[in-house]
Design a protein around this ligand. Structure first.
Ligand code: GUN
Ligand code: ZN
Length: 436
């Protein structure tokens, strides 16, 4: 730990708005300087304009052939599913039964949970992800394990114990009361401790009783700054099932709204089978759609509609959804998001995809001044990307004729190999070549 001022001389990419709404929203400095002290950004911008920040005590790190962007934000991921990533199934519900529930059972064992949490967090960092919205399992010690792994590396993570008291194996059930008590205890222990934040985590409507959703609702009301995460409208069989289980509701999303679970800091995975009224409700309440393209393609769930989401004005961010998702890399998630957008007649620019994975996600999560940015005063979470990481990346990026083309090649061809180093609160938490 050092409180010394460090200045990174590199290419810098930041945002002053949504590139879809403002053509000048992306701010790029080909010769930039990022000045960090006490875990926060002191200044970021053109080297020529900022060199007065370099005092005789400042250590300058030369990274002029590298690109620094804010740390990536993964808005939907299941750490207990790390060990079952890439398990084939014919769709969401059989996949949950065959692979997910038996794997999650193992998190009753604290040592196993701790080992997986440490591996998971290091995997995020290797991919340049410094903040994630993480599902644990039904076991409260699974949440303790994740938060402890995050706290040990001083990361800003958001996580919660899963709530599920029906329609799942007996060995994975809590009750409305125990789920309430455990969540309340974890909020008291972790929410706002250092950089940790809590998320109430009802798995999805089918696995919670009315009583459990009521209990979750009460906690959400009592803690308005706590996050909420769940799944909605991911798969046609799931949507049908919810209609049977919750008759009388206008839609699947309406079940969550009925329990007061649509609001700022509420993040819903998938959001594929929504109608325009649902999209309007999300826009009005500030609830966020987490688009998880690698998962939706892998499980054959469907295609998220960026065009309709944009027209409705609902907040959207990106998620990996590992283990339904097939990669921890937000670059690979951008790659697949671009293709899904194409399939629905929309074009996602690279600039917008980098925004969605950084400042856009932070804004959607109500953390805009904290992470996802290099603005002075923000927490110094950032990634150093290497456009020479592979021979193909080097060859293609050398031929890029614009910033957009260059970023596009990085997003489409990049993965953890393109992450040279990752920093959290000003400290290096991953270096690609460290093991060599
Ligand atoms: N719906 C309910 N649980 C899950 C899960 O673990 N993964 C995905 N992708 N969808 C879900
Ligand atoms: Zn999920």
């Amino acid at each position: 730990q050092t409180d010394q001022r460090i200045a990174y001389r590199a290419k810098l990419l930041t945002f002053k708005g949504d590139p879809a709404l403002d053509a000048d929203a992306a701010v790029f400095d080909d010769d930039g300087l990022l000045v960090v002290e006490h875990g926060r950004v002191v200044a970021a911008g053109a080297y020529a304009a900022l060199k007065h920040h370099v005092t005789s005590e400042t250590e300058v790190r030369e990274l002029r052939d590298k690109l620094i962007v804010p740390g990536f934000i993964d808005t939907h991921v299941h750490y207990p599913q790390t060990d079952m990533i890439a398990s084939p199934a014919t769709g969401l519900l059989p996949w949950l039964e065959t692979y997910t529930f038996p794997t999650e059972r193992r998190f009753a064992d604290t040592a196993y949970a701790q080992d997986t949490a440490n591996f998971f967090v290091d995997q995020l960092l290797a991919c340049g992800t410094t903040t994630a919205l993480v599902y644990c399992t039904v076991h409260k010690q699974s949440a303790d394990a994740l938060f402890s792994a995050s706290e040990a590396r001083n990361l800003r993570m958001i996580a919660g114990k899963v709530l599920m008291d029906r329609h799942c194996p007996e060995f994975l059930r809590d009750t409305a009361q125990s789920g309430y008590d455990d969540s309340a205890e974890l909020i008291a222990r972790w929410h706002g401790r250092g950089r940790q934040l809590y998320a109430l985590t009802p798995r999805f409507a089918p696995t919670s009783t009315h009583e459990q959703l009521e209990a979750c609702s009460a906690l959400a009301k009592a803690h308005p700054d706590v996050f909420i995460q769940s799944h909605v409208a991911e798969n046609v069989d799931e949507v049908k099932w919810v209609a049977e289980l919750f008759p009388g509701h206008r839609s699947y999303l309406d079940v969550y709204e009925h329990y007061g679970l649509l609001r700022r800091r509420a993040v819903y995975g998938h959001c594929i089978y929504l109608d325009d009224e649902d999209r309007a409700r999300m826009a009005d309440t500030g609830a966020v759609a987490s688009h998880c393209p690698t998962s939706n393609l892998f499980l054959g769930s469907g295609l998220f509609d960026f065009e309709k989401a944009g027209r409705a004005g609902m907040p959207v961010a990106l998620g990996t959804d590992v283990g339904g998702g097939t990669s921890f890399s937000m670059l690979q998630t951008m790659n697949e998001a671009h293709k899904v957008a194409r399939m629905t007649g929309h074009t996602l620019s690279a600039t917008r995809m980098f925004w969605l994975a950084t400042a856009g996600a932070a804004q959607a999560l109500d953390l805009a001044d904290t992470v996802g940015t290099l603005a002075p005063g923000s927490e110094a979470d950032f990634v150093v990307l290497d456009d020479q990481a592979t021979p193909l990346l080097a060859r293609r990026t050398a031929r890029a004729e614009s910033l957009e083309e260059w970023l596009f090649a990085l997003a489409l061809l990049g993965d953890d190999r393109a992450v040279h180093a990752t920093y959290a609160a000003g400290q290096c938490v991953h270096r690609r070549d460290a093991g060599r």
